[in-house]
Write a protein that binds this ligand. Structure first.
Ligand code: KIV
Length: 296
């Protein structure tokens, strides 16, 4: 192999790379993942950031909300994801209850996600009281991504899973929240489910990248949930999702074919089984054909 044939190993992205992408108007690509094979595929596809979302509560743990997701569960998902990527930045969601009670708890749990599970950064939902938690975590040396608009952990308080910022007052509040998140030290901010115009205003009001989900095209990047994007969400997807594949149907088709083959004896075939050296097989056959041991 000549030097020119050798591929350079991918270089791990750092925060200045993400900031530089916004500065160059180069769209940032983020997707969620909850396990190592998915993270490897996302990384190989050139995704810039992988979010270990607490959406795991609905996608993987098949609950109806992200609220019950625990720190222990997030640690397992994050560990699985962070073992794979070589280039993508891994951001771990801080689950509900892991940062609200106090700044100390927020810092301790953020440290666990980085130190025990290998995350590069953490994500917290909301502004308000979350701001002090974010500054505490940033002061501890951990990069933080903010998240405003529809924040699923407080969906009940927000009146359900519905778009936010649809009045002038609510839109201005979101802009103020984004500015406060930037001041608190966030390196990027997720904008979820809000009018495109509001996301555009927010993106113009801050210098850090905005990552949209249901927030239009003016954001610095986009994020989608793995299961929604790939057709693995059985109950349908929100209107802002574009589904790029129907992997669920492909998996169901493959599993039905496998079950059919097992039931009809079509699987396994000779090429799926192990043989024995001829001499050993002969020995075994002679032994089975020989006299049976007498019972005492
Ligand atoms: O948990 C998650 O997947 C998220 C994204 C929807 C941004 O927070």
């Amino acid at each position: 192999m000549s030097d020119s044939d050798r591929l350079d190993p991918p270089v791990k992205l750092r925060l200045p790379d993400i900031a530089g992408m916004r500065a160059r108007h180069q769209p940032i690509v983020m997707v969620t993942a909850y396990d190592a094979p998915s993270a490897r595929l996302a990384d190989q596809a050139g995704v810039d950031m992988i979010l270990v979302g607490d959406s795991a509560g609905t996608t993987v743990l098949v609950g109806t909300s992200t609220v019950p997701v625990s720190m222990d569960e997030m640690l397992v998902f994050t560990r699985a994801v962070s073992r794979s990527p070589t280039r993508a930045l891994v951001v771990a969601d801080m689950p509900f209850g892991s940062y609200q009670p106090s700044e100390d708890l927020a810092v301790a749990n953020a440290i666990r996600l980085v130190k025990e599970a290998g995350a590069d950064a953490v994500k917290l939902e909301g502004a308000g009281r979350t701001i002090t938690r974010i500054s505490g975590i940033v002061e501890a040396g951990i990069p933080v991504m903010g998240h405003i608009g529809l924040t699923p952990q407080s969906a009940t308080l927000l009146g359900g899973y519905r778009a936010q910022g649809r009045t002038a007052d609510a839109a201005e509040r979101l802009v103020r929240e984004a500015v406060a998140l930037e001041r608190a030290g966030c390196f990027a901010i997720v904008l979820e489910a809000m009018p495109a115009l509001v996301a555009e205003r927010i993106t113009g009001a801050v210098t850090v990248p905005t990552i949209g989900i249901g927030a239009g095209a003016a954001c610095s990047g986009q994020v989608l949930v793995w299961h929604d994007l790939l057709g693995l969400s059985p109950g349908g997807v929100p209107r802002f999702v574009k589904q790029y594949a129907d992997i669920g149907a492909a998996i169901a088709h493959a599993l039905r074919a496998y079950a059919e083959d097992v039931r009809t004896g079509a699987f396994p075939e000779a090429q799926h089984t192990y043989g024995m050296p001829d001499a050993e097989r002969q020995k075994l056959e002679e032994r089975s054909a020989g006299p049976k041991p007498t019972a005492r």
